[in-house]
Design a protein around this ligand. Structure first.
Ligand SMILES: [Zn+2]
Length: 393
């Protein structure tokens, strides 16, 4: 009986946090209306959240002629750490409870050697943890451009040349952080969640615009993972199986051979051109391409035109199959939105460019990490003496 009451109380704490996240500052009366709880129930829950350092006072409001004190999520109180891995580069993102990105850093790294990459990821994690109060971090989530096993915490990625790499165990061993607060997911899934967090439409498809082209599907507000967690590998839709280019998967004419970043860059410039320089980040390469397109470079414009056509052909398949409310194009599709994103249509599926670009996976990872506290605020300790000190600057 006791456990049941505590379970209900924890669920109500989470309910109030979600309300404040979705609606901004609210009074006790507004929170009671929104949650369906009584004001007498809301009051001690708010005190609890305040003692955990999660909410703070935010002035007053007048509802139905009566003044009420407003509360809001405390900026910087709790942080989620997102790590992202791409060939040659690692990223770290720190997001707080309100969803605001507080830190975003990228470093070059030889990611082909998993041990090196894990060493550097552990360094990045330790460095940002120095800026976050120890009790004030929710967890660490790693975004992987490939397949993950979320039960064993391992990742396999052809792009990274990783096979069954023990990411979670490796990070736990290097940082000493509890394994229960570390996890991983695919870059596409996490990026989709980041986009959904900004615009919570019920049915959303996110498409990575990178070497691999992968979709993440959110249906009725929930991620579609598939029976083996492999849903969304749309880069291997055989759009030209007879005449197309051979794909790394062994088949011909896969969509990724037409619109993957490698294919696009090779259409843009010969192999010795600096857009192929692995030392440059994808964002830097896209700046070069954009400058050339704006100057009217014929080869660049031809590559953009053909890629836009091939992109539209695949998007038509996704739209027919899933009828999403919105498709968000990420990665280089977003960086080159002026040429690649189809114009808005009246009715049907809206196709938009991600505003997060290549950072979407990292931002989504940090949000996934902070979601642990949004889902279960009681997991954070109540500190003696009330609210904690400030979060990271
Ligand atoms: Zn393929």
């Amino acid at each position: 009986m006791q456990a049941q009451t505590e379970g209900r109380r924890d669920a109500n704490l989470a309910l109030l946090l979600r309300a404040l996240r979705a609606r901004g500052p609210l009074s006790r009366t507004q929170l009671a209306d929104w949650s369906g709880l009584s004001k007498a129930t809301v009051a001690p829950l708010l005190t609890d959240l305040e003692h955990r350092g999660l909410v703070e006072r935010a002035g007053t409001t007048t509802t139905q002629g009566r003044p009420g004190r407003l509360v809001r999520l405390r900026p910087g109180a709790v942080c989620g750490i997102g790590l992202d891995v791409r060939p040659g580069h690692l990223g770290v993102t720190v997001t707080d409870l309100t969803g605001e990105t507080r830190v975003r850093r990228q470093v070059a790294c030889d990611t082909g050697v998993p041990e090196h990459a894990l060493d550097r990821l552990a360094d990045l994690t330790r460095r940002v943890l120095d800026d976050v109060p120890r009790a004030g971090w929710a967890g660490v989530t790693v975004a992987i451009p490939g397949r993950v096993d979320r039960v064993t915490g391992t990742a396999t990625s052809a792009r990274l040349r990783w096979r069954d790499v023990a990411v979670v165990d490796g990070l736990a061993a290097r940082t000493g952080l509890p394994i229960g607060r570390l996890d991983l997911d695919t870059e596409a899934n996490l990026a989709a969640c980041a986009e959904h967090d900004r615009d919570p439409v019920d049915d959303l498809v996110y498409l990575t615009g990178d070497h691999d082209v992968t979709a993440a599907v959110i249906a009725n507000g929930a991620l579609v993972r598939g029976a083996d967690d492999h849903a969304g590998e749309v880069g291997h839709l055989a759009l030209d199986p007879l005449g197309g280019t051979y794909c790394a998967c062994g088949r011909r004419g896969c969509w990724a051979t037409q619109v993957g970043l490698d294919a696009f860059l090779h259409a843009c410039a010969p192999h010795h051109d600096r857009v192929h320089d692995p030392a440059l980040s994808p964002g830097e390469r896209m700046t070069i391409v954009r400058t050339r397109a704006e100057r009217g470079d014929a080869r660049t414009l031809d590559a953009l035109h053909r890629t836009a056509e091939a992109l539209a052909r695949g998007l038509a398949v996704l739209t027919t199959l899933l009828d999403p409310g919105k498709i968000v194009l990420g990665g280089y599709f977003a960086a080159l939105r002026d040429w690649l994103v189809p114009p808005p249509r009246h009715g049907g599926t809206a196709v938009t460019a991600s505003t997060l670009g290549f950072a979407a996976g990292g931002v989504g990872a940090a949000l996934a990490a902070v979601r642990r506290v949004l889902d279960d605020p009681a997991a954070l300790p109540v500190e003696a003496g009330g609210p904690r000190g400030g979060g990271p600057a």
